[in-house]
Design a protein. Structure first.
Length: 402
């Protein structure tokens, strides 16, 4: 027999400082939650008697509403158990409140728009591509959250793979966005927990090879005879600098101004995460900075002068476009440098970040410190590099098998 209880969700607090009141249904050892649509502050909730305290101006009305809905839920469950029909929290919600399932695409569009509002231009464009692809596949603007089942996702994945020739990791990126949409809807009480197909759908991900340079290869890059004062020399300096100074991303490095350097440390806010970090610049990095200094340093000038003059750093769209153009220019010259230095790897600026991480771990810096230097949001991101180092150690131990 199922049980129904009124639950005050202290784990969820809205902007008004109120927590929602839910109905918890336990049936076949599984818990389902139905939002009542009502919320009160902690001080107005009687936890012992599971009702709104008399001090609340609408306590009588709210308690009457909760009591009636509790009875309706219990009777609905009893009716369905008698007729041996299954009853999900979604069907219960519709029966109680007459609500139709929420349309998926309008909500997903808002998730995409939020990226732009937050200044995450690259994430916005990536998400827009994913949602437009989804529209092309389903061809149904009225598709609801409830229509997107594990079976639907399986068909969607098959379409991406066979019709669009998307690789496994590209498909994973697509599904990851849709999972975020469901999670956002769940947090906002738009859907119930049991609606999400990602509870049962397994997203596949393939291992990718992360290229990095050895100490010898970095020395080869550093020794490349670039013409003094040329862009090629500047790009070489930038790559070497990042390889020593914490693997700074190109998006952060391009924005560095002389006022961000105090003589020993760089102080910056990471563009991707918004985290503020302070990086001690090692001797090799200091040498590069000294070579770029002029007699009279303008604090507002960029350390690595790539951006056009007068660039509006506060406009996320303009800034993102400028970063993209500069990155393409740098990567083009890095390939020329790699060829001249006898390096066969497909060199790009981001490899400087991988190179720093692997070399730092090899030199004995603990993984938690490397994670902080790289400004990773989760240490699992850093563990990818630790696996590379561990694999090298495993291969080294194979000498005992000879």
């Amino acid at each position: 027999m199922a049980t129904v209880a009124i639950v005050f969700r202290k784990d969820k607090v809205n902007k008004k400082g109120q927590s929602p009141i839910h109905f918890r249904i336990i049936q076949n050892r599984k818990a389902l939650y139905i939002a009542s649509g009502k919320a009160v502050s902690k001080e107005h909730w009687d936890e012992k008697n599971l009702k709104v305290k008399p001090g609340h101006k609408n306590s009588a009305r709210l308690n009457s509403f909760l009591s009636n809905k509790h009875t309706e839920i219990y009777n609905s469950i009893l009716e369905n158990e008698t007729t041996s029909k299954s009853l999900t929290s979604t069907l219960l919600r519709q029966k109680l409140y007459g609500q139709t399932p929420q349309k998926y695409l309008p909500f997903a569009d808002k998730v995409v728009e939020n990226y732009m509002k937050e200044g995450k231009v690259r994430s916005y464009h990536n998400a827009l591509t994913i949602i437009n692809k989804f529209r092309h596949v389903c061809k149904n603007e009225s598709i609801t959250f409830h229509d997107i089942t594990p079976a639907f996702l399986s068909g969607y994945e098959n379409y991406l793979r066979t019709e669009l020739n998307n690789k496994t990791n590209t498909i994973h990126k697509n599904l990851k966005f849709h999972r975020k949409v469901f999670n956002d809807a769940l947090r906002q009480d738009v859907i119930e927990y049991d609606v999400s197909p990602f509870r049962k759908y397994q997203m596949k991900l393939e291992k990718t090879q992360r290229d990095y340079l050895t100490e010898e290869e970095i020395l080869s890059i550093d020794s490349y005879p670039a013409q003094p004062g040329s862009k090629v020399e500047l790009h070489k300096h930038m790559f070497i600098f990042a390889s020593y100074a914490g693997g700074i991303r190109i998006s952060d490095m391009l924005k560095l101004q002389w006022k961000d350097f105090d003589g020993t440390h760089l102080h910056l806010v990471i563009k991707k995460t918004g985290v503020q970090v302070s990086i001690k610049v090692p001797n090799k990095g200091l040498q590069i900075l000294d070579s770029l200094k002029t007699e009279k340093v303008n604090p507002e000038a960029f350390i690595f002068p790539m951006f056009p003059k007068g660039l509006d750093l506060n406009n996320p769209v303009i800034l993102d476009n400028a970063i993209s153009r500069c990155t393409a220019h740098i990567n083009k010259n890095l390939k020329i440098i790699a060829k001249g230095a006898g390096i066969r790897k497909n060199l790009s600026f981001h490899i400087s970040r991988h190179s720093f991480a692997v070399r730092a771990l090899r030199k004995g810096i603990s993984i938690d410190k490397v994670s902080k230097i790289l400004a990773h949001s989760n240490i699992r991101e850093t563990q990818i590099y630790a696996k590379v180092v561990n694999e090298e150690l495993d291969k080294a131990m194979d000498v005992f098998n000879i």
